[in-house]
Design a protein around this ligand. Structure first.
Ligand code: MG
Length: 381
């Protein structure tokens, strides 16, 4: 039995992870869950799974929440510092990091240091802290949950690293695929959130609409698979059935295909190197739509190139990019900036702060904070 700590339990990845745990209750046990402030959700989960620990990371809720609402065998802790506590618990075998944004990095770092299997859905923290996380990850310890990266990981199984010629990172194109730059000037967050290809949270759905999500994924793949930014080629594939491909030096290409359902990559991060019965649909490929590919419209969508540039520069540039994007993404969702302002804010923040080599979590937190201030000031102007 694998004992799991699930961080970010009430989010989209968290809920789908819970579903996988439900389907495979003979193999995995949810022993700890963490939510930010979704107390009712945590209570329901605690009664279903009877975890040893529940963390509510918003400390301010401590006075409003009665621990009597939880099973007697569950210890309830308040405060974000307890996310790290969960990662270090003796009885935990695997940490699922489904936190959103840069805040997840200290938990990921602690889980790796403690020797736990780390199922990683918190792409922002690999983007900003890959230089710190990857050197302490043993082979097979850090399992990607991002669908594209799970696909690449599966394609690379048994292959020599030096055989990699190119990684084809697929991209659905997002809800605004096909629009011109002029047309993008007036789109709203509501437009973006209305038609996601994947069932995802709001932050990542907006990132998908700007293609910043794909830009972050390029940097994520660069760290996870130790390849240059320019070895990774983004490829528009609207059907989201191929989840990425790896091309080898001899011209052979491996692709990973399955339903567009996050429960597949989540489950594989738990089952690896084994395979378990599917938590997603088995597709009948005779009746699937033709698979189509095209190039990215980099004229209309500027965020991808910003991320590629930051990835090439390395150091703290991805941290600055990510922090500015988190602030601009949030501002767009609350109607405080326009769609095309997102890339302007990110570009200006990158210009305002010099990149330096990554040295520590404290340094990243400091750079992250500085970039957020610059981005917020640009929005206020
Ligand atoms: Mg993805």
């Amino acid at each position: 039995m694998m004992h799991i700590a699930l961080l970010g339990a009430s989010g989209s990845i968290g809920r789908q992870t819970i579903d996988v745990c439900r389907n495979h209750a003979d193999k995995v046990k949810l022993s700890a869950i963490a939510v930010k402030d979704s107390v009712d959700f945590a209570i329901a989960c605690a009664h279903e799974f009877e975890p040893d620990y529940v963390v509510i990371s918003n400390r301010n809720l401590a006075s409003n929440v009665s621990v009597d609402s939880f099973p007697a065998t569950t210890t309830v802790l308040f405060g974000a510092e307890n996310l790290v506590t969960l990662c270090e618990l003796e009885g935990i075998d695997c940490v699922v990091n489904a936190l959103v944004g840069a805040v997840g990095i200290s938990a990921g770092y602690a889980a790796l240091k403690a020797g736990k299997r780390l199922a990683y859905a918190n792409k922002e923290s690999i983007v900003i802290g890959g230089d710190l996380l990857m050197p302490i990850a043993a082979p097979g310890q850090l399992l990607p949950v991002d669908s594209e990266h799970s696909a690449i990981f599966q394609c690379l199984a048994g292959e020599p690293h030096e055989g990699i010629y190119k990684i084809w990172l697929t991209c659905s194109g997002g809800p605004f695929f096909g629009r011109t730059r002029d047309e993008l000037a007036n789109v709203t967050a509501r437009d973006a959130l209305a038609h996601p290809t994947w069932l995802m949270g709001d932050k990542i759905t907006i990132d998908s609409s700007t293609l910043m999500n794909k830009g972050l994924e390029v940097i994520e793949a660069h760290h996870l698979f130790a390849v240059d930014i320019d070895t990774i080629q983004v490829l528009i594939h609207r059907q989201s059935k191929i989840h990425s491909m790896v091309e080898f030096m001899d011209g052979s290409v491996k692709a990973n295909l399955c339903a567009a359902d996050m429960r597949m990559p989540i489950q594989y991060a738990l089952s690896y190197p084994d395979r378990w019965d599917a938590s997603c649909a088995h597709l009948d490929w005779r009746f699937e739509a033709p698979l189509e590919f095209s190039d990215v419209d980099t004229e209309a969508f500027g965020c991808l190139a910003l991320a590629q540039d930051a990835g090439r520069r390395g150091g703290t540039a991805p941290c600055i990019l990510n922090a500015a994007n988190e602030v601009a993404n949030e501002a767009f969702r609350s109607d405080r900036c326009a769609f095309l302002d997102i890339e302007r804010i990110v570009a200006s923040t990158l210009d305002a702060i010099p990149s330096e080599p990554v040295e520590s979590l404290e340094q990243l937190a400091e750079v992250d904070g500085r970039a957020r201030e610059v981005a917020a000031a640009l929005i206020a102007r």
